[in-house]
Design a protein around this ligand. Structure first.
Ligand SMILES: CC(C)(COP(=O)(O)OP(=O)(O)OC[C@H]1O[C@@H](n2cnc3c(N)ncnc32)[C@H](O)[C@@H]1OP(=O)(O)O)[C@@H](O)C(=O)NCCC(=O)NCCS
Length: 326
């Protein structure tokens, strides 16, 4: 659906959110911040050393000289004391842009953050997990990709949520249920449709037997018990999930099969390989990984990202922040 990203940007503009961007030295981040401010999509806050020329309308916070540094060091100390953190380490962490941005989100000085142009996924997500932390009712924070394919007969006008493709390596049944639940919320938020969630596997409804399938079936049962009104089915093979003719022969009567718009992979190997196959062979656009399940949004970029990717991920972050406030 060509319009889905434009639609997200338009809705982000109406949300008016402040997004911390702790990679102030990266030219792609600078360009995105300048455009986000000029277009009024979000209020960008660059966190880190002051750039040589600060784009118009962009705020800047240097953690090293921030008046809130000591306060943030105390917050970090409290949050990580159980990990053995001492005051000195906490002070150093709070002065580091990635953690400082997470502390700004935690303290309500920013509504969300976007990083990862210079940091690895693990570094970016670890800062968010340690400082912003998971929502209370959620055990497992996860990530999804918004996949957009030209074939509008698939998913929701060609758009899908794929999860988890970036964070949880080997989810158990309860974690897989969390991933699916959060992904259904992400589908409502970003695709603007009723989610139809397929828990994927190499088997459809008992066509094979193996211990790895027990987890997928159990996740489906947990999710049905938690959200009886949600359209969810599993285990399903991917063709049964998205192709109506295959669904008719393999999963007759399913509310999901043949029409799924949320695809949940059994582990990170399958998820990461799966989204890249769809992107590279299928020609779909892949936006993400987008984090879901944190108390406030903090999103990761690929280190190969473009300024346009930063711009779009910032818009998605603003929408997630708007949803948190509802
Ligand atoms: C993200 C990642 C770095 C977290 O690693 P970790 O070793 O658990 O990190 P930490 O121990 O610092 O975690 C910080 C806190 O978050 C918690 N946490 C970790 N993962 C979590 C999750 N998925 N949901 C909720 N909380 C989580 C930890 O339990 C820890 O809590 P604590 O401070 O109370 O002990 C790790 O899961 C990872 O590397 N995933 C793969 C990422 C990747 O390389 N993706 C590539 C494809 S894009």
């Amino acid at each position: 659906m060509p319009g889905i990203v434009d639609d997200i940007v338009t809705r982000a503009r109406a949300a008016g959110k402040r997004i911390a961007m702790p990679e102030s030295e990266d030219p792609r981040v600078l360009e995105a911040a300048a455009r986000l401010a000029a277009d009024g999509v979000v209020e960008p806050i660059l966190v880190g050393p002051k750039p040589d020329s600060l784009p118009a309308g962009v705020r800047h916070v240097d953690p090293a000289t921030s008046p809130r540094l000591d306060e943030y060091a105390d917050i970090y100390l409290e949050l990580t004391r159980h990990r053995g953190t001492g005051p000195e380490v906490a002070h150093r962490a709070a002065a580091e842009p990635l953690t400082h941005a997470a502390l700004m989100v935690r303290s309500g000085e920013a509504d969300g953050s976007v990083a990862g142009a210079r940091h690895t996924t693990a570094e970016t997500l670890r800062a968010a997990l340690r400082v912003i932390r998971a929502r209370e009712e959620i055990r497992t924070v996860s990530t999804f990709f918004l996949m957009v394919h030209d074939d509008e007969a698939l998913g929701h006008n060609g758009a899908f949520i794929f999860a988890d493709c970036g964070l949880v390596e080997e989810p158990d049944a309860a974690e897989l249920a969390d991933i699916a639940l959060l992904s259904s919320e992400s589908a409502r938020l970003l695709l603007g449709c009723e989610p139809r969630v397929a828990l994927l596997s190499y088997s459809t409804r008992g066509s094979a037997e193996h211990p790895s399938l027990v987890k997928v079936r159990e996740a489906c049962r947990i999710l049905q018990a938690r959200l009886p009104d949600l359209c969810v089915d599993g285990e399903l093979q991917v063709d049964a999930a998205i192709v109506p003719a295959v669904a008719a022969s393999k999963a007759e009567g399913s509310q999901v099969a043949g029409r799924a718009n949320v695809l949940i992979f059994p582990d990170l190997n399958a998820g990461n390989i799966g989204y890249k196959l769809v992107q590279r062979f299928g020609g779909a656009r892949a936006l993400g990984p987008i984090t879901q399940g944190l108390r406030a949004p903090a999103n990761d970029l690929s280190r190969g990202c473009t300024a346009q990717d930063v711009y779009e991920v910032a818009a998605i972050t603003a929408l997630q922040a708007a949803e948190e406030n509802e």
